[in-house]
Design a protein around this ligand. Sequence first.
Ligand code: FAD
Ligand code: NAP
Length: 538
Amino acid sequence: MKTMAKKIAVIGGGSSGLTAIKCCLDEGLEPTCFERTDDIGGLWRFNENPDDGRASIYKSVIINTSKEMMCFSDFPIPDDYPNYMHNAKIMDYFRMYAKHFDLLKHIQFKTSVCSIKKRPDFSSSSQWDVITEKDGKQESAIFDGILVCSGHHTFPHLPLHTFPGIDKFKGRYYHSRDYKHPFEFEGKRIIVIGIGNSGGDLAVELSAFAKQVFLSTRRGAWIVNRVSDEGFPLDVVLFSRFKQLIKQLLPVSMLNSWAENKMNARFNHDNYGLKPCHRIISQHPTINDDLPNRIIAGKILIKPNVKMFTETAAVFEDGTMEENIDAVFFATGYSFSFPFFDDPSLTVHNNKIPLYKFVFPADLEKVTVAFIGLIQPVGAIMPISELQSRWAARVLKGVIKLPSMCDMKADIAMTKEEMEKRYVESPRHTIQVDYIQYMDELAMQIGAKPNLLPLLVKDPKLAKEVFFGPCTPYQYRLNGPGVWKGARQALLTQRDRIIKPTRTRVVDKNMMDHSSSMPLLLKAAAVLLVLAAVFLHF
Ligand code: FAD
Ligand code: NAP
């Protein structure tokens, strides 16, 4: 007799929700996605006015993770799309993904999830009562599993209590989520507080219009470039299995020094007022190619933390004061919570919730709920959400068993300890993961980690790309459940897709003027001759 497919509620239709739906379908589950707004895309769908309960971006946002590293593993981004996409292009890609895999029909739009409670017989059924609301009308339905994909950049962290006098400040102040365009700030004097990626982006954009921008930071930051060696995207250059191996072999302090020297070679962080006291890997990276250009042009001045505000001015912790401030932007990050749960094991305290591998709550007697995308990777979120969803779908289907509650708790404690050891203490550093390491950990749960030695024997060309090339998501479709036939080809052509959108003017090699080029030996001889002449002269 055919068993009924398990019903899974997917909360949210952003990039995590889309891939969660697809992974449920791949495993023969029956997903229903509830999205409170009228469209997909979550954070990446720009709107002039922030929606309640949905993350909000500024018009100009360009992603800081590159296309080959951020795509879903069985759906490469078109080769002519730029490596770092504007939010509108990202939306195009998500729409193509939803269309290609026919996901829209599983989404109930304009439907908010209000409450998710264990059913009275939860200990035997493991089921949940989900209450949703659409057009003011509530409905209840029973689900066998829940995939929470509601995002973690929605609720602003606005620490006004740490800024005495802000209540008397006569200018305007905002959280970065409310920032949309720079034009209205033409000629103004502006303070941006916080040097995460929002703080950096806002300060740079505003500085093109404002009279003066002050970027205030309580601990400084190492500033990393999107455009890395030879113009390749940063994540493409950094995240390869070969480099990962070297990273594991070298002492952490040596890696820190190497990276910091590289950053300082571009511009000295001390001279630019940015040098932090911590090492480079102890903070979530701030990626910004333009910040030093704006500082050297005097359009942005770096300042320490604000000690207090007066009606019109800000006094900084070094005792300096800036008068006639028109506006303050708090780019102070986000808090996350899941207000639809009332279960204590699913409650968040100070951006902390104990989850096994950041996915499964270890305290539930039956683990039929998973959190997708609740990570802050050094790298892209989307393929991580996808691999989490592949794992979660197989757990919910019942083909993968989780470890015991005790083992999961021990793993959670160890991960927390490692994170606290590495990162400076901050509410923004509670869900940090490293891209390759974490993807491999997830892939091992489902048996999709690439197996290099057999691959080397079977397909040396591919093995070479998997080891030395960028660790793109296609690698996780080569073996195990969910193999994708196109993965090999996608891997072998990834470098072409990276170069194509920048190499839009191709130089004809036959037309190149080589008249001035000199063979190396001739150059060496010329240098020797000059040296001999100088020597004889004296
Ligand atoms: P979201 O995109 O936030 O989507 C969540 C969805 O859930 C929304 O559509 C919302 O309406 C819906 N929802 C929430 N609650 C409910 C409810 N109760 N009922 C029904 N629906 C609900 N990540 C990267 O990898 N690379 C980047 O370069 C990058 N840049 C970023 C830039 C900015 C400015 C910010 C703020 C974040 C950035 N991120 C980046 C992180 C970003 O969170 C992810 O890229 C991605 O959007 C996460 O997708 P998501 O689906 O998990 O969450
Ligand atoms: P964030 O990374 O959490 O950074 C918050 C900043 O505010 C940090 O510098 C933090 O300092 C500071 N801060 C917090 N509380 C403070 C306080 N009380 N006093 C002084 N400073 C305080 O937030 P975000 O920059 O909004 O970034 C959120 C996410 O969006 C990140 O994943 C980021 O990568 C992403 N993002 C990406 C882009 C892009 O792709 N272009 C753009 C924007 C954001 P401490 O470090 O000292 O805590």
